[in-house]
Design a protein around this ligand. Structure first.
Ligand code: SF4
Ligand code: SF4
Length: 496
């Protein structure tokens, strides 16, 4: 028996076709083209495992340990911890991250973005999209497997389920068991735990929109407003249904990313792939038993651990979120049987062909990388040019100018000045034309986030005027931070 058939030089993964492709979503598969698994003659004659996840009804994921599961647990845990903790971080006396919808502000570590600054957020979303594409070209759907909240919460709910109902086999048995007292207790405990997790998730999400400290105490003391309570419960119910019941159905039917992922893939993209040339013909055997079969011992572990319930041995499928659970499961089996690891692995089409083409030569990799870099530069420039003061100068619409008894000409304006910071600030008002005098106080104090409508009058002696219209520039400077300054042009009118 040869259990180490690793040569792939004669295989063309693109042109080879699999006779075992799963066809659960024919309408979608017509629209999306996926690379198919390289097939050896042995593979073509191999039989599909009869024990498919669909036969089990609801998918019960088997817990798996291993290198990729440790990485996934670490990234998912970090994501969940950050999600819950970030609203509690304070910066300069305020919640560090807060979308204050009632005040129409987005506060991010001392920087306040107003609706007119939301171009920055648009750049951030575009940059995030390009970064995602950039990562996908190299590592496939690594976002789905390791960082997507849907995956993180699903695995969290499965973890709770496993602690309360037992391992995969016990959960399947419990599903089929009659409604005894023990089953009711286990199910009630699970749904209470899921419900509490969902409620905390709802609170954590709304804490990005409502100050976190008050929110939690108001929700649990039933003193929150109607709308806050409604939104918390709305997101709690969504979480409960999503992570508890829908799980992989979200990835399969609702997430648009799974549908256009193949557009981003190229021959260098690493995806979770079953090495059919080495694994087929699959078949059960005893350890150390001599056999002509391939390395796949048909233990079904790769299917049992799959959160989307697919059999990766059927080739690349859009349901695969690249979580690596099947890689760990198969490596565990390979180790037990003394076979070489990585019958299932993260591997690219070029690697399977035995070609080593550096990823840096991929046009998609370069294109998405450059786009992401440009977007990051745009965000940096946009943020650097963002002023903490907003100024709008409105001329008096009633009178173009007024002539006083002392032969002076007056023009009136209303300055709308907004303090866009989260601290009270002191400002100085100035005009660029020395012949124009400002009537009234030139120093102003404005509270955080407030807009001051400040009436201003400018006057000058009539003989100082050179024309009927003089272009002027109003400036507002932060007295304590003179580099924080904003200006706007207007006109001063006089008689002919
Ligand atoms: S096939 Fe493997 S990598 Fe893909 S979703 Fe299933 S377990 Fe995860
Ligand atoms: S885990 Fe590996 S050996 Fe077991 S069925 Fe899957 S591919 Fe075959």
């Amino acid at each position: 028996m040869s259990n180490n058939k690793t040569s792939h030089n004669n295989i063309d993964p693109v042109t080879a076709s699999s006779t075992q492709a799963v066809n659960r979503h024919p309408a979608t598969e017509q629209r999306i083209e996926f690379r198919e698994l390289p097939i050896s003659p042995a593979h073509q004659s191999a039989k599909l495992s009869k024990k498919t996840p669909l036969a089990l009804g609801q998918i019960h994921i088997r817990e798996q340990k291993g290198r990729f599961q440790r990485i996934r647990t670490a990234t998912n845990s970090l994501l969940v911890i950050l999600f819950f903790l970030l609203p509690f971080i304070s910066y300069q006396g305020n919640q560090a991250i807060l979308f204050n919808l009632s005040e129409q502000q987005f506060i991010f570590f001392g920087t306040t973005l107003w609706p007119q600054d939301f171009t920055v957020l648009a750049w951030v979303f575009i940059a995030a999209a390009f970064l995602l594409f950039f990562t996908t070209v190299f590592w496939g759907r690594v976002w789905c497997g390791y960082l997507c909240p849907q995956t993180a919460w699903t695995f969290m709910y499965v973890w709770i389920e496993t602690r309360l109902e037992g391992n995969q086999n016990k959960r399947i048995a419990l599903d089929k068991a009659p409604w005894t007292r023990q089953k009711i207790v286990k199910r009630v405990a699970k749904h209470i735990a899921w419900g509490l997790t969902a409620l905390l998730t709802g609170c954590a999400f709304i804490a990005y929109f409502v100050p976190a400290r008050e929110l939690y105490s108001d929700i649990f003391s039933l003193e929150a407003s109607f709308w806050v309570t409604t939104w918390v419960w709305f997101f709690a119910i969504c979480t409960y249904l999503n992570a508890g019941w829908m799980r992989e159905q979200m990835c399969l039917h609702c997430c648009p990313y799974s549908r256009f992922q193949s557009v981003m893939f190229d021959a260098n993209t690493k995806t979770v792939t079953y090495d059919a040339n080495r694994g087929e013909s699959r078949g059960a055997r005893k350890r150390k038993q001599e056999t002509e079969l391939g390395d796949c011992v048909d233990c079904h572990l790769c299917v049992d651990v799959c959160p989307t319930g697919i059999d990766i041995r059927n080739g690349l499928q859009y349901e695969c979120i690249n979580c690596g659970a099947c890689v760990d499961a198969c490596n565990q089996t390979m180790e037990k049987f003394g076979y070489q690891k990585n019958l299932i692995s993260y591997v690219s089409e070029n690697s399977l062909k035995g070609k080593s083409q550096p990823i840096f030569t991929s046009l998609k990799f370069i294109g998405y990388g450059l786009s992401a870099l440009i977007m990051l530069v745009v965000i940096g420039v946009d943020m650097a040019n963002k002023s903490d003061i907003q100024l709008n100068v409105l001329r008096d619409r009633q009178n173009l100018y007024r002539e006083t008894a002392q032969s002076q000409i007056e023009n009136s304006y209303t300055l709308k000045i907004r303090n866009k910071t989260q601290q009270t600030r002191q400002y100085r008002l100035s005009i660029d034309k020395p012949q124009l005098m400002l009537v009234g106080n030139a120093e102003l104090v404005i509270k955080p986030g407030e807009q001051l409508d400040y009436p201003v009058t400018l006057k000058t002696d009539i003989d100082q005027l050179m024309s009927t219209r003089t272009a002027i520039i109003f400036s507002v400077t932060d007295i304590n931070q003179t580099d924080s300054r904003v200006s706007q042009q207007s006109n001063f009118f006089g008689p002919l």
